[in-house]
Design a protein around this ligand. Structure first.
Ligand code: NAD
Length: 289
């Protein structure tokens, strides 16, 4: 297939490279010259404007920072410029209202669109092992799966358009909550006189079992290897977790859902990021307790 790929940053760079490896012709565009040069090294054809990159393609994939940018790119340079009938896949994590609005505009102009945000960080993007949660019609999903498979460990049809973003915001709200809870339990165990390694051994096999504790233990030298063992460098930045929590709180407000723990998690990450820790892995909350 001919696939335009817009947004070749930390995530998009590796994703586009995996599409090339799968035999697709990838037309790449990014505002950053450096990102474009890397994409060229990985075998992408590079373009200096979006309308040129999307001309003649079967599908357009976007991996961009936020909803305003996604909306700007599609309304200004993709809708009406890509061939009619082309499939659009927005893999960015954005707010639900914008995801639905952009898909509505695309469909009204004769395109198919899915929202397909991902779980998994930069390593999964590079390794082709992302989990995609996809919102869109059955027909759009079937086509989207072909495009997403080379970048994926799993591609799951979440439901109608926007459902991918709903899944993403709920998943990451839950992740923030169990990460903070895990940090609190580890710190409490130690302060109350229990070796945190012993606590890990017990709770990881008890009802306290969860991914943050078992697979990403946020205390240095304890349990599973994680960014905690590397000064909280790499991993999933607290600033990105805060972005996702803000999207979840917006989504909860729109849906009229009560999310007191989500609100609290957002406040905790807000304070942490404002104190200058936005670049640290989100498990670094442990250091504040
Ligand atoms: P990034 O900032 O590294 O990359 C974004 C890229 O978009 C940059 O290269 C930037 O130059 C480009 N860009 C910005 N505006 C543009 C425009 N108008 N036209 C073309 N290119 C433009 O961000 P990232 O870490 O790759 O994240 C991308 C998306 O993936 C975000 O929505 C993020 O929330 C989501 N995400 C990130 C991770 C992660 O671990 N980094 C994990 C899951 C999901």
């Amino acid at each position: 297939m001919k696939i335009a790929f817009i947004g070749l940053g930390n995530m998009g760079g590796g994703m586009a490279a995996n599409l090339v490896k799968a035999g697709h012709e990838v037309h790449a565009f990014d505002l950053s010259e450096e990102a474009l040069a890397k994409a060229a090294e990985h075998g992408c054809a590079t373009y200096s404007a979006v309308p040129e990159a999307v001309a003649g393609v079967d599908a357009v994939v976007t991996m961009l920072p936020n909803g305003a940018i996604v909306k700007g790119v599609y309304t200004k340079d993709v809708i009406g410029k890509a061939p009619e009938g082309a499939l659009f896949l927005d893999c960015s994590t954005i707010d639900l209202a914008t995801a639905r609005e952009v898909a509505g505009l695309a469909e009204a102009a004769g395109y198919q669109m899915v929202d397909a945000p991902v779980s998994g960080g930069i390593a999964a993007a590079n390794g082709g092992t992302l989990t995609f949660m996809v919102g869109g019609s059955d027909a759009a999903f079937e086509k989207a799966k072909t495009v997403l498979d080379p970048m994926a460990k799993a591609v799951i049809h979440a439901g109608a358009i926007g459902s991918g973003q709903v899944a993403k915001m709920c998943n990451n709200m839950l992740l923030a909550i169990h990460m903070i809870g895990t940090c609190e339990a580890l710190a409490l165990a130690e302060k109350a006189g229990l070796d945190p390694q012993k606590f890990y051994e017990i709770s990881s096999k008890s009802t306290g079992y969860n991914w943050s504790l078992n697979d990403y233990t946020p205390a240095p030298g304890i349990g599973a290897t994680s960014p905690a063992d590397n000064g909280y460098q790499g991993g999933f930045a607290s600033a990105l977790m805060l972005k996702d929590l803000r999207l979840a709180m917006e989504g909860a407000q729109t849906a009229g859902a009560s999310v007191p723990m989500g609100e609290h998690a957002k406040a905790i990450y807000e304070a942490f990021v404002e104190a200058g820790n936005g670049g640290k892995d989100f498990g670094a909350i442990y250091t504040t307790l």
